[in-house]
Design a protein around this ligand. Structure first.
Ligand code: PLP
Length: 463
């Protein structure tokens, strides 16, 4: 890494070889588009979005070397050369023995919990991601979050707000009985908790609890490289270690891993499941053959495996991680300077607007985060995602409303896609919405699906 002390600007560590135009619309266009979409940005065609911060999942820009790998991929059904390159890379990072490719993260979860879940089983995690929870519950098991109290409070500034609450973890094991707990999970970074990192000390402490009760530890590793870089920056003793060395230590405490390569694999599709237990690997591979494919491609093309192997190499480059973490914080810090309330401190892959403080005049039952999300689109063609009462709220039989724990608007940053001027534009749009926040109105549902309603809900503005 070459950075002279007189240089303050963190630049994108790449230049652009291929460009994709984005669409400018007028305010009248956007009013019509948003109305047609039932005030739900999920239902807006991507072609009508100027800056799309809906998710960082599968939205990354691949490098020239990854595209070269796409052409070079070996499409043999069995024993593809690309599989062996992928397997070697995952083994190098995780040190795990059995590497099973899947088409994305939830496919790895589905296989793991088909074997390890089931009625009566309980799976603790610092915070389950929604697909992890869904796969656990679909198997009949129970998913329990063990977030620390700080991790639940958006305004608290701390280094490792993604940490597992170790006392709560032990209490959960004792309450439900060690025989009912097939494994413990820990998610790095903690996506549901604001993209906040988990410390190495906390991973080690989680491992110690697992050892005490003889339980396997699985890491939900979607953003392992971002987590490793936070450890390098913030945890004593890691400043001189490389992101690869830190990642290797993280995984040294694990018996297994589930991974969505759509995040820190820097690819548009892919994932894997990995473990040390040969018997478990055999059962998982048998399921893989039924639902995904032969064990050397698992629901992916050979070219995808090649792109993942290359992406995993690039994601651990220090120049990349420095740019990634600094550019996400750039958005967050500028918003803080403008007085916009955000979940603190800035996470690795996203900035979360704290809608409860942004629009205190809109009650949770009227979806304040969705109102802000709609305003970001109306005022600037920016698409974010609501993570609040539209996603998690429920209504009781007597008509009373249970709001979500937090009302957030997530601005997720796709990897290597937008430049600093795009982000400066987003900052202007958020500022404009914040300046006129008192004019924002609550929303009312006009349609909701029985499950995961936020994807397809339709709403109208309340007067
Ligand atoms: C995205 C994600 C998953 C699921 O991965 P998919 O590839 O979307 O199926 C699981 N856990 C976490 C923490 C995630 O961010």
């Amino acid at each position: 890494m070459i950075r002279d002390s007189y240089i303050k600007t963190v630049i994108e560590p790449f230049k652009i070889k291929s460009v994709e135009p984005i669409t400018f619309t007028t305010r009248e266009d956007r009013e019509r588009i948003l109305r047609t979409a039932g005030m739900n940005p999920f239902l807006i065609p991507a072609a009508d979005v100027l800056i799309d911060l809906l998710t960082d999942s599968g939205t990354s820009a691949m490098s020239a070397k990854q595209w070269a790998g796409i052409l070079d991929g070996d499409e043999s059904y069995a024993g593809s050369r690309s599989f062996f390159r992928f397997e070697a890379m995952v083994k190098k990072i995780t040190g795990l023995a059995f590497i099973i490719p899947t088409h994305q993260g939830r496919a790895a979860e589905k296989i793991l919990f088909t074997v390890k879940g089931g009625p009566g089983k309980v799976i603790p995690n610092n915070a389950h991601f929604d697909t992890t929870r869904a796969n656990i519950e679909f198997s009949g098991a129970t998913a329990i979050d063990c977030m620390t109290e700080d991790g639940k409070r958006p305004e608290v500034v701390a280094d490792f707000k993604g940490n597992m609450d170790i006392d709560k973890l032990e209490a959960v094991i004792q309450e439900h009985g060690v025989e009912n707990i097939p494994l413990v999970m820990i998610t790095v970074t903690n996506n549901s908790g604001g993209g906040q990192p988990v410390s190495m000390a906390n991973i080690r402490a989680t491992r110690a609890v697992c050892d005490k009760y003889g339980l396997p530890l699985f890491i939900d590793a979607c953003r392992f490289a971002e987590n490793a870089y936070f450890i390098k920056l913030r945890e004593p003793g890691y400043a001189d270690k490389t992101p690869l060395e830190i990642s290797q230590e993280i995984f040294s405490y694990a018996d297994g891993v589930t991974m969505s390569a759509k995040k820190d694999g820097i690819v548009n599709i892919g994932g894997f499941l990995a473990m040390n237990d040969a018997d478990l690997a055999l059962q998982c591979r048998n399921l893989l053959i039924v639902t995904e494919g032969f064990p050397t491609y698992g629901g992916l093309a050979g070219r995808d495996l090649e792109a993942i192997a290359q992406g995993l190499e690039e994601v651990l480059e220090e120049d990349y991680l420095h740019y990634r973490i600094t550019s996400t914080a750039y958005l967050g810090n500028k918003l803080v300077d403008l007085g916009v309330p955000i979940l603190m401190p800035p996470g690795g892959h996203a900035i979360y607007l704290d809608a409860a403080r942004f629009c205190p005049h809109i009650p949770a039952s009227q979806f304040p985060a969705q109102a802000i999300n709609c305003a970001l689109y109306l005022d600037g063609g920016v698409r974010a995602v609501e993570i609040g009462s539209l996603m998690f709220g429920t209504t009781n039989a007597d008509g009373s409303f249970n709001g979500a724990q937090m009302e957030l608007v997530r601005l997720a940053i796709p990897r290597r896609v937008y430049t600093q001027s795009h982000i400066d534009y987003v900052i202007e749009v958020v500022k404009h919405v914040h300046d006129r926040r008192e004019s924002l109105k609550g929303l009312r549902l006009t349609y909701e699906a029985p499950m995961l309603r936020h994807f397809t809900a339709r709403l109208e503005v309340l007067d």
